[in-house]
Design a binder for this molecule. Structure first.
Ligand SMILES: CC/C=C\C=C\CC(=O)SCCNC(=O)CCNC(=O)[C@H](O)C(C)(C)COP(=O)(O)OP(=O)(O)OC[C@H]1O[C@@H](n2cnc3c(N)ncnc32)[C@H](O)[C@@H]1OP(=O)(O)O
Length: 729
């Protein structure tokens, strides 16, 4: 507690706060109690004329402790009651918002009669991202303060807004560059004696719209479309609707009902798991005991990107956006000019999106972004990312050159989705500096960066690559070296099942629909069309699975003693490469078009194919489609864990949520498996494996079998059952 000039400053001291780490403070029960006591004292003390609430360490509040939501015995004062208590105070209460005011923290500020924010403060109601809604009357107060459209936008997206935006919306009364606490006290002194009624948000009407009902109906459709199958955004809309239709107290009751519905939904648990999983993967470990806590990154002051194809362009754009000076290199002037134009276009677009920060990008300045065909310019950079196409010989030639040219401490990264990092590193004299960085397309948009260590990669190199991910605002996940690493390796059996389902009777649009209804952004066939069918075709040719190197007499639907589907190869042979060629598993309006239409040409190709191979098509129900695709993917996940390619199931889940469009509200594939129950996953895999004995992807992993035999332990204990089995960790 602090007092000053007749002002009672209620800010709980460090001993009363529950910390989250890095100076973050949450609203614990102790904090609630301290605020309640402080307010009661202030109200009772005639020498106190006004109250100011602030955080400590320059942060107002990160909101409630997310872990507390899953605690079965939450007791003590409620946040909603505290917010009401603040609002009903007879003395003016001013919030001094520094750093962040999120979730319950912002709801506390909404209970105050005035809000002053520091210019660098950020505010938001991120509950929706945790599968919840602002349950301390925030859905009822915010629309009364800033109107339905702006409130709905904040509540349904969970976005953080800047102090300036907050001022524009009327969320705060004042923005200051200097001392926020002083400014809040100053304001409090000025408003002493002024009527508080108009400042109490619960007493205000919601500002009317010309057609509130129509607006809310459209909003509901929009969030449904955006967050397929995810409950929270839709229930947020319902809560805001209650604010527009009901008196405050009835609206609050409705908010509570909706909050409880969300809290008890599995989705809130999944989304909160995803929040912590994304933070847990920052702590990495690798063979030989190397781990994040013992490794420091090298500085990243400059970078080079080799190859300005789709991936290279996106990577250059990310680096420029992260304010890291870049040298962009191509093999000849013709490719360089094409690449330069494309990068500039991307950067112009990004600059437009970033509005006021655009000038900071400064990408016309050669000191920030330089295009060249001269390898010598790579001499002094701290980091090189090679992003040429997936050709081992070419990559090795480039890495050989890099190890001669670059300074000894430079980090040498290869952007590959499957190739062997050790083989690439073997072309250099410093394999400890070589690491895989698997970006996802479009690289300047997708959040995932798979970071692959090789046999000789040093802990410093791993730490530096993780630092790169952070600088690029990506989620970096450290994984071991194997074909396809984690993401693509799990994807292979998933896509394989999808194609087998076509052979047996499904259509691409049926399979996609089932997986999109499950919550995937796009189904496997739309995804293949988007990525380009020729990519996998080239890879299969390289592996000797298709093309002239397949030995004569090999059965069409068999390779290496296991079932194989040549369907994707047949599509490529007929020039169907997906969106880029205008036809693939679907038809598009033109080459490069994006609107997928079911293609009668593919339907007749499938009919002809089944006829040729004597396959009698059957009706395949949604459950089988879902189980075969998802459980095959999950099964591979268990194999990956058993081999020590990833440090835990959270790593796989974070990869799938951020790189493969897995629905976040289902928590990732391994979390989903735990939700379904491992005994059921195992039983269904056994069933499908019996029906398709020539498909190894359906044969249950030994690790899955072991976990079931051990009594289906919770996900966070899985890895403890591996200690003796894992050769790599
Ligand atoms: C009846 C209903 C009553 C009340 C309802 C209240 C609703 C809420 O308040 S829900 C919570 C709303 N708040 C949030 O969602 C904030 C979540 N946190 C963040 O977005 C970020 O952590 C950040 C505050 C923006 C800070 O980011 P950064 O600086 O990058 O730090 P992090 O690495 O993310 O976090 C550090 C450390 O703190 C942990 N943590 C952060 N916030 C919370 C939280 N609200 N609850 C529990 N733990 C939190 C985070 O996990 C990190 O921990 P590590 O152990 O270091 O991983």
């Amino acid at each position: 507690m602090r007092r000053g000039r007749g002002l009672h400053a209620a800010g709980a001291g460090p001993e009363r706060y529950q910390g989250y780490g890095r100076g973050l403070r949450g609203i614990s029960l102790a904090v609630l109690q301290a605020l309640e006591d402080g307010l009661e004292k202030a109200d009772a003390d005639p020498s106190v004329k006004a109250v100011m609430i602030c955080g400590e360490n320059g942060k107002f509040s990160a909101g409630a402790d997310i872990r507390g939501f899953s605690s079965p015995n939450r007791q003590g004062p409620s946040l909603a009651a505290l917010v009401s208590l603040i609002e009903s105070s007879k003395k003016p209460v001013v919030a001094a918002i520094e750093g962040i005011a999120l979730g319950g923290g912002l709801e506390v500020a909404l209970g105050c009669h005035y809000r002053v924010a520091h210019v660098k403060a950020r505010m938001g109601l991120p509950e929706v991202t945790l599968g919840l809604l602002p349950g301390a009357e925030g859905t009822q107060r915010l629309p009364r303060l800033i109107g339905v459209p702006a409130a709905l936008d904040m509540i349904t997206t969970g976005k953080h807004i800047s102090a300036h935006e907050a001022l524009k919306l009327g969320l705060v009364d004042e923005v200051v560059e200097a001392n926020t606490v002083e400014a809040a006290m100053h304001l409090a002194n000025q408003v002493i004696g002024q009527p508080l009624g108009p400042r109490r948000l619960s007493l205000r009407p919601v500002p009317p719209l010309p057609d509130t009902d129509g607006f809310l109906r459209a909003a509901r459709l929009r969030v449904r479309e955006r967050a397929r199958g995810c409950l929270a955004p839709e229930l947020c809309v319902q809560a805001v609707r209650a604010a527009t239709e009901l008196p405050f107290s009835a609206g609050v009751r409705r908010e509570r009902e909706l909050f409880v519905e969300l809290l008890s939904s599995g989705q809130a648990r999944a989304l909160q798991y995803a929040f912590f999983a994304e933070r847990a993967v920052r702590r990495w470990s690798a063979p030989g005991g190397a781990a994040s806590h013992g490794a420091a990154p090298r500085p990243l002051r400059s970078a080079a990107v080799i190859g300005l194809g789709t991936m290279g362009r996106g990577i250059v754009t990310c680096l420029v956006k992260a304010n890291i000076p870049v040298v962009a290199l191509e093999q000849n002037l013709e490719y360089l000019n094409v690449g330069r134009k494309a990068v500039m276009l991307l950067l112009e677009r990004e600059a437009k999106k970033m509005e006021q920060d655009a000038q900071a990008l400064d990408f016309h300045n050669p000191a920030r972004l330089q295009f060249t065909v001269d390898f010598d310019l790579l001499r002094d950079v701290d980091l090189v990312i090679e992003a040429v196409f997936e050709d081992m010989a070419l990559k090795k030639e480039i890495f050989h050159k890099l190890s001669r040219i670059c300074k000894p401490e430079a980090l040498l990264c290869t952007n590959t989705s499957a190739l062997d990092i050790d083989e690439i590193a073997s072309a250099t004299s410093r394999p400890e500096q070589v690491i895989g960085t698997h970006f996802f397309s479009p690289a300047h948009v997708m959040r995932l960066l798979e970071i692959i260590y090789g046999r000789h990669t040093s802990p410093t190199a791993i730490a530096t690559a993780m630092q790169l991910a952070r600088a690029l605002r990506k989620v970096g996940v450290v994984v071991g070296n194997c074909f396809g690493f984690v993401g693509n390796r799990m994807m292979f059996p998933y896509v394989e099942q999808a194609v087998f389902l076509l052979e047996e009777g499904s259509r691409p649009e049926e399979v996609d629909q089932v997986l999109e209804d499950f919550g995937f952004k796009i189904g496997p066939f739309r995804m293949s069309d988007l990525a380009g069918l020729d990519v996998g075709w080239r890879s299969r040719q390289g592996q000797g699975l298709t093309g002239p190197s397949v030995p004569a007499g090999t059965p069409a639907r068999q390779r290496l003693g296991r079932r194989y589907s040549p369907l994707p190869d047949l599509l490529c042979e007929s020039g169907r490469f997906g969106q880029k060629s205008g036809t693939g598993w679907y038809r598009y309006e033109r080459a490069g078009g994006r609107t997928a239409t079911p293609d009668p040409g593919v339907h007749s190709l499938l009919a002809q194919y089944r006829h040729t191979h004597g396959i009698r098509p059957r009706h395949i129900d949604q459950e089988e489609i879902l189980e075969r695709c998802l459980f095959a993917l999950i099964n591979e996940g268990f194999a990956i864990l058993a081999e020590g390619i990833a440090a835990g199931p959270e790593h796989l889940d974070v990869i799938y949520i951020n790189g493969y469009g897995w629905p976040r509200h289902r928590g990732g594939p391994m979390f989903y498996a735990a939700t379904v129950g491992l005994p059921r996953v195992l039983a269904r895999l056994q069933h499908h494996s019996q029906a398709h004995p020539d498909v190894p992807g359906l044969r249950p992993s030994a690790f899955l079998e072991k976990l079931v035999a051990m009594g289906n332990p919770p996900l966070k204990e899985w890895m403890s059952y591996l200690s003796q089995q894992s050769p790599r960790l």
